[in-house]
Design a protein around this ligand. Sequence first.
Ligand code: SAH
Ligand code: SF4
Ligand code: F3S
Length: 431
Amino acid sequence: MSKKVYLKTWGCQMNVHDSEKMLGILKEEGYSQSDNPFHADLIILNTCSIREKAERKFYSELGRIKAYKNKRPDINIAVAGCIAQKEGRAIFKKASYVDFIFGPQNIHILKDFVSGTNLHISTEENPRIAETDLPVKRADSIKAWITIMYGCNNFCSYCIVPYTRGRERSRPSKNILSEAEELASKGYKEITLLGQNVNSYKYDTDFPGLLRKLNRVGGLERIRFITSHPKDLSDELIDAIFGLPKVCEHIHLPIQSGSDNILRLMRRGYTYADYIKKVSRLREKVPGIAITSDVITGFPGESHADHVLTLKAIKEIEFDGLFAFKFSKRPGTKTFDMEGCLNEKIKSERLSEILSIQDRITSRKNRLLEGTKQEIMIGGYSDTDKEKLTGRTRTNKIVNVPKFKIERGSLIIVEITKGKQHSLEAISLEK
Ligand code: SAH
Ligand code: SF4
Ligand code: F3S
């Protein structure tokens, strides 16, 4: 009987994809996946430390896991991901029942752990990981993630990522290309290129060059990428989004704040005027492009006037979607000792103001799509209504249509009949 692994993941798409790599390694070692920790021989917690809340979720899970270890001392427990990298051995001290600790730069070490070496921790900075192609067990058979770069060099003053994922390393374009070709040959239709700052991809080609190469891969229908940093968004990339048929008309371009004061304290490397200029250029050259963003509210020293500038920016730009977060102080980052921390009440009030303005914008923008024709890629049945099929537009909006017989991954043209808050209703124009 094969050994079983229970794997729980928190955090960004990059972390979710790292979990797919862990499952790829474990599959080669004879493991299959279980959704029940009681039946597992190995439990992996793939963690995120972007905000304090994410850390708290991990520690409460780690507490629960102790009970499994007490019942079945032969279970191995591994802590992976960004908390593992940041905390290292301290996790053994807090939870002596943990067997293995490894960071995002050392996923390959999982093979050694499970094959029974004496190694128990691996949180080395690993500059060579970009050259190490790991096996991947993918959760989906139509859409796939491909890592194009690791780490981040930006050191935004609030952010833990450069400390957990290390320096920026780009992966050779031939490895990326052969991964894309292999996926296409297996029937994958959509790839999403992953990196903390894909715009600064640089190996033997730059990011627009990489997109041009990938656009030629036969069988692939859609190419997406995440995340773009505003300071590195070039005209050449905008041209690539416009000119390359497979590259989808959606960009996630985190603004973080509408106040130049705060952007400077955040060390983002652009002003609000710079950001607006890029948004205008995107919208001019790529009509209908969807722009989504991230905002942090309650950054230390954020005055009411700064907050109003963020609200103004949100109203002015009219994002297609927005993730807003309360500032969370991360140990080790530049903001850790910064003065001017705001209390939770103010942060919560500012957050709900931001969210309610954006909600109105999102639903208005969705209503404006009523009557338009859109191409969607069928992802399967809707989670909430099995009578409906669900898919995404090229601009990444969720569309539901009454079900009919069609394969996952098919592209169909639909007419939008209703724009709702979080999705669009449509009818198929295919039959
Ligand atoms: N590389 C991406 C972001 C990765 S983290 C970029 O630069 O845009 C995802 C989002 O988490 C960030 O855009 C930011 O809005 C948020 N975030 C990061 N650190 C945070 C912190 N300390 N507190 C609150 N939100 C944070
Ligand atoms: Fe963090 Fe800034 Fe790097 Fe994004 S660009 S991962 S916010 S340091
Ligand atoms: Fe979290 Fe690490 Fe991603 S901190 S958001 S899992 S890069």
